[in-house]
Design a protein around this ligand. Structure first.
Ligand code: PMP
Ligand code: GLN
Length: 382
């Protein structure tokens, strides 16, 4: 393996999912739902296969999907996009992020991201030969300090990566935090990649605000999202990017050398998803809010110190009160065997793992009876 990718071995998600399978544990580690997506979405993909939509689609994505994405951004957020020049389909948000970083980051450029940092950003920055700098969100609310963000930026900084709702913390960036990010991006002429895959999973009357809607931001922002989370089809790997045509043109150069194009039938399925009435997407969020409360109450009863969650299907919990003799990684490595539940040690998302060795991430994208059972098992740890 080349020098700059050493240290990037098996992802923590595969590692913990394999342990879950080995011990027959309830997998609250890797983030994927255990319930099916909307029937219309599944039917549309099946129908597309039967109708013969089984050959290469256009590299940028089928026109119907690019129109549906543009229409979604218009009706939800008031963003006016040219579907054929400012929207591109990708192999999930993962390819979107890698293709964007590879297209926009010169070797040696610095890239600033929020910490804890979703793992694929670090891998993509390393592949591009960039230098990752992480700016910490402060627990328990995981707030962003503008002065700390400003201090991470210097003349070599090219890209800023943000993610809201945020994996793994569940933090939804506040209006002030988004404005602080916008002010600094404009002042330092940065491009921002904003990962909004959990845009429809926001709770307690919060609204998702895309960074691209702030004044002066559209022209410097690449917005990334994915069907996997919204429509419970993580295995389809259909995501998308939107932003100024010049960015899309640049990113298309890397994207076409990575996958060229992405599954045609599932793109038809996603068109059906994005065309669902507004209430149906709102219901997806309220459904996850109920699941958040079930797992949150269960973990609290089991003795964890649960941190507040504004969005996503993840929850951070402090294991200190459990008195476990070891760090979060050791805790998660032993958890499937000890009580039949799998989770993710949050320290893997930090530059200094020791500073987050008390934090464990749980996914609540599971049926309520499964979450109740998991909580029951976790109570036995006490
Ligand atoms: N970004 C974030 C913040 C995620 O949590 C995930 C997956 N859970 C991804 C990107 C990857 O999305 P996809 O599966 O669409 O590649
Ligand atoms: N994004 C998912 C998570 O955070 C995992 C996706 C993956 O396995 N790469 O759990």
């Amino acid at each position: 393996l080349i020098e700059r990718l050493r240290g990037f071995s098996t992802t923590i998600f595969s590692e913990m999912s394999q342990l879950a399978v080995k011990h027959g544990a309830i997998n609250l580690g890797q983030g994927f739902p255990d319930f099916p997506g909307p029937g219309e979405v599944l039917d549309a993909a099946v129908d597309a296969i039967r109708a013969g939509h089984n050959q290469y689609p256009p590299g940028h994505g089928i026109p119907e999907l690019r129109h549906a994405i543009a229409e979604h951004q218009r009706s939800w957020y008031g963003l006016d996009l040219d579907p054929l020049r400012e929207v591109m389909v990708s192999a999930g948000a993962t390819e979107a992020m890698s293709a964007a970083i590879l297209a926009l980051c010169e070797v040696g450029d610095e890239v600033v991201a929020l910490e804890p940092t979703y793992d694929c950003y670090a891998g993509a920055v390393a592949m591009a030969g960039g230098v990752l700098k992480q700016v910490r969100l402060h627990e328990p609310a995981y707030s962003l300090d503008k002065a700390e963000l400003a201090a991470a930026i210097n003349p070599r900084t090219r890209l800023l990566i943000i993610n809201s709702p945020h994996n793994p913390t569940g933090h939804v960036l506040t209006a002030d935090e988004l404005q602080a990010i916008a002010d600094l991006a404009i002042a330092h002429d940065l491009i921002v990649l904003t990962d909004e895959v959990y845009e429809h999973m926001v709770f307690d009357d919060r609204c998702h605000t895309p960074l691209a809607t702030l004044p002066g931001m559209f022209e410097r922002t690449v917005t990334i999202s994915s069907a996997g989370k919204t429509f419970s089809v993580t295995g389809w790997k259909i995501g998308w990017l939107s932003g100024p045509a010049a960015f899309m043109d640049a990113i298309h150069v890397t994207k076409q050398n990575m996958t060229y194009a992405n599954g045609t039938p599932s793109q038809h399925g996603v068109v059906a998803g994005l065309s669902l009435p507004r209430e149906r997407l709102v219901e997806i969020g309220t459904g996850y809010q109920r699941l958040r409360d079930i797992l949150g109450n269960g973990l609290t009863d089991a003795g964890f110190d649960v941190h507040p969650v504004g969005g996503t299907f993840f929850m951070m919990a402090d294991i200190t009160p459990l008195g476990f003799d070891g760090d979060g990684y050791e805790f998660c490595r032993r958890l499937p065997e000890r009580c039949g539940v799998a989770a993710i040690p949050a320290q893997v998302f930090y530059a200094d793992p020791a500073s987050a060795s008390h934090l464990v991430r749980f996914c609540f994208g599971k049926r309520s009876d499964v979450l109740e059972e998991a909580a029951q098992r976790l109570r036995e740890l006490a």
